[in-house]
Design a protein around this ligand. Sequence first.
Ligand code: NAD
Length: 437
Amino acid sequence: MKITVIGTGYVGLIAGLGFAKWGNEVVCLDVIPEKIEKLQKGICPIYEPGAEVQLSDGLSSGRLRFTCDVKSAVEHGELIFIAVGTPEAADGSADLCYVYSAADEIADYMQSYKLVVDKSTVPVGTARALRQRIAERLKAMGKNIPFDVASNPEFLREGRAVGDFDNPDRIVLGVASERAEKLLRELYKVFSRSNKPVVVTTPETAEMIKYASNAFLATKITFINEIANLCEQVGANALEVAAAMGKDGRISPKFLHPGPGYGGSCFPKDTKALADTGKKFGAPMTVVESVVLANQRQKKLAAEKIMRRFPDGGVIALLGLSFKPETDDIRESPAVEIAGALLADGRYTVRMYDPKALENARRQLGGQANAVWCGSKKEALDNADAVVIATEWSEFASMDLAAVGSSLRQPVLFDLRNVYRKSEAETAGLEYYGTGV
Ligand code: NAD
């Protein structure tokens, strides 16, 4: 099939690579020329395990191209996927300006039937709005060309995006015509052998499935975080609580890991956007609104915990800056917020290290005099007063804790992700602060 993907970020790029791998002819479009130049040379602009190999395979197969040229990209695909960002607007709603401009570009250059497929996470009703917008634009140009708009939300996880795209839990197709359904079923027939569930529904329901899924997962994380906070106060152990809860098949152990709050490019903005949609339609999302507030509080608690232990300031080694392991994405990362709070306070020097996200964090946090960017965890630890594990990269899980203690001026470990057991840290001579233990 001939496919165009608009936007080569975490979702668009991985989708483009996957579609090409399945044997389709794929053109990926982006507005950032440097990104496209890198991709054309086989350089992946993001860190995502497995992506660079697929990129090189795709380019050498001749089925994958990257361009900034809107006209040729729109002309190429019978299916045009929109995978641009939908960031948070100032009022918490989803900012759809990139989605709308992609739709306008499609209308401006289309000469034949197109199935416009929204892969970006967008509020309920967006597919309908896009349909109307494209129709009006075509009419104003005097063009009478058939088209459909469908919703095909993406559920991949950063850090595991390549595997998730090839092995999804379900494929959701929100379609309003038989033609759109037939084309999308044809594209995703690669999964028929593995019996992956394909949910065919309306665009509105597909859009809601994505928000409901993300909001539910954010709620689960936030729930265990609040239980962990209470455990700290009453002397209970949140890890044992979560493990026992997780044995209940109705609950499951997934997403029950206490920590410094959820971050990333999806949960924070998607929970707020769902709450905003609820307000607009008079169906308050009370639970989700509370989750947003509780998560904001959770992110602050970790920095407060460190400041309470070191009220006169100090040198803090911060390990991990990405919002989770195996990605260089720092959007809404709790680690970056903790670093920002300590740096802004002025009494702390923060020695930071991350295997992949250091440059992104440096760009965001800027050049404060008390920020030290380190090339290894050893460098970060040297002569610090305490160490904070803020993101659970695997290289932080196998440290020699006794050696960690001896490279610190004070052997204090804030293990915000509960990578180590309290008993093993204390046996190694460290003063230990986990989350909920
Ligand atoms: P991103 O910010 O990483 O990438 C978006 C890309 O779109 C950028 O490269 C940008 O330059 C490009 N772009 C913007 N306007 C364009 C235009 N008119 N033409 C061509 N390119 C354009 O975003 P992302 O993380 O890939 O997310 C994209 C969407 O997918 C969002 O709605 C997000 O909520 C959703 N989503 C993201 C994830 C994730 O893990 N990141 C998972 C599922 C769904």
